[in-house]
Design a protein around this ligand. Structure first.
Ligand SMILES: C[S@@+](CC[C@H](N)C(=O)[O-])C[C@H]1O[C@@H](n2cnc3c(N)ncnc32)[C@H](O)[C@@H]1O
Length: 377
């Protein structure tokens, strides 16, 4: 089955007229919908609201932006310093989104949204540039094909549509499931590539409780209807962990399934994750305590946080936890501000920090000075 053709066809129809069977009820922030055109609101084929994760100043990339609804919501949240990029492979959807670009810029008070023609599993390739190349160099034989392949490699290297480490937040609303299974690993690798270190992911999508059998995968209607290509619920989390993300979590999980087919439950979730920082981690006296109510929790690296223990963490790890969905589960104890007293973080230091060394704002005791510090001179 040709996944791409069935998806293209279905969403071209969806751009021109509302497709009721593709709609999944979502609670958006109604204040942010007020300025959106009726036509865009009607062509809503999302299954969640990843725009809730947008922060002021973010550069946001919306994978499979469709009619542009999430982009125009995000544009209201990023503020003057932020920017939003919508990316889709369907020209009809892009046309719908672009049609309101100026009107939305006037209403929001700034032109902060751009739409790109591309595949979400190949974020470097600019499909407009590819179309121009192919018009000038039609592929008629194997040699032409090899030249086109070489052009793509050069183009993606020299002028990537989305550059490495350039995005603060990737959002997506009911799209990842539409990518062919053979390209899903590449898709998650691309998400990792374009995010800045410390960049975040908020992906709303449909998942299944059981793996979808081959006979359902072979049905183009079920595929383009956001059913056949979904990740199984544990697999979805694992793929992001395997790609190198941390703080991978389901931040939202619809208890009531969207659809039940052949006794398989298909439901909407929102997955959040963070790309690790690349800066050198320091031991500057940061401490966290797991609040409970479990006896302990273990992170993806195997580190254990026992309830009530003051655990020494690096500055990078401290901030990662503080800005993750785990913030409510931990107590954060900042060191005294003393930039000269920090040493390079060593993983074996991942132990309980003495209470005397983690008093808040106190200058009593040994403070936050690590035993050996390469930064204290
Ligand atoms: C279910 S609709 C969701 C649209 C939009 N996110 C929303 O919330 O209304 C899926 C969208 O993803 C686009 N899409 C599907 N597969 C894609 C791919 N591989 N690359 C880029 N866009 C894709 C479709 O063209 C369509 O616009």
């Amino acid at each position: 089955m040709d996944v791409k053709s069935s998806v293209l066809e279905r969403y071209s129809e969806g751009a021109k007229a509302q497709q009721a069977d593709l709609c999944c009820p979502v609670d958006y922030n109604t204040d942010l919908l007020k300025i959106l055109p009726k036509e865009i609101l009607e062509r809503d084929y999302g299954c969640g609201d990843p725009s809730r994760y947008v922060r002021g100043g973010d550069t946001v990339l919306d994978l499979g932006s469709g009619g542009g609804k999430i982009c125009y919501i995000a544009a209201q949240l990023v503020g003057e310093l932020g920017h939003v990029i919508g990316l889709d492979m369907n020209q009809d959807m892009l046309n719908l989104a672009q049609k309101y670009k100026q009107e939305m810029a006037d209403k929001i008070g700034g032109d902060r949204v751009n739409f790109h023609y591309g595949h979400i599993q190949d974020l470097a390739l600019d499909l407009n540039a590819a179309d121009i190349y192919l018009k000038e160099h039609p592929v008629q034989n194997k040699d032409d094909l090899e030249k086109f392949d070489a052009w793509q490699i050069k183009q993606k290297h020299n002028q990537p549509l989305i550059a490495d480490n350039s995005i603060d937040l990737i959002v997506s609303n009911c799209v990842l499931n539409l990518v062919d299974d053979t390209q899903k690993l590449q898709l998650i690798t691309e998400i990792f590539r374009v995010l800045k270190p410390g960049g975040r992911v908020a992906i709303s999508d449909i998942i299944s409780d059981e793996f979808v059998p081959d006979e359902m995968k072979a049905d183009p209607e079920l595929w383009s209807g956001c059913i056949s290509g979904v990740f199984q619920e544990k697999e979805f989390l694992q793929k992001f962990i395997d790609a190198g993300f941390y703080s991978v979590a389901y931040d939202k999980w619809d208890n009531t399934p969207w659809k039940i087919i052949n006794n398989i439950e298909f439901r909407s979730v929102t997955l959040t994750a963070v790309k690790p920082e690349q800066s050198t981690a320091l031991d500057a006296g940061h401490t966290v305590m797991y609040k409970g109510a479990f006896a302990s929790v273990t992170d993806d690296k195997g580190y254990v946080f026992d309830r009530g223990d003051r655990i020494a963490v690096s500055d990078v790890h401290f901030n990662a936890l503080r800005y993750s969905t785990l913030v409510k589960d931990f107590i954060f104890i900042e060191p005294e501000k003393s930039p000269c007293c920090a040493s390079t973080w060593v993983d074996s230091l991942f132990t309980v920090r003495a209470i005397a060394d983690s008093k808040i704002g106190s200058s009593v005791g040994s403070g936050n000075k690590p035993a050996s510090s390469s930064f204290c001179g």
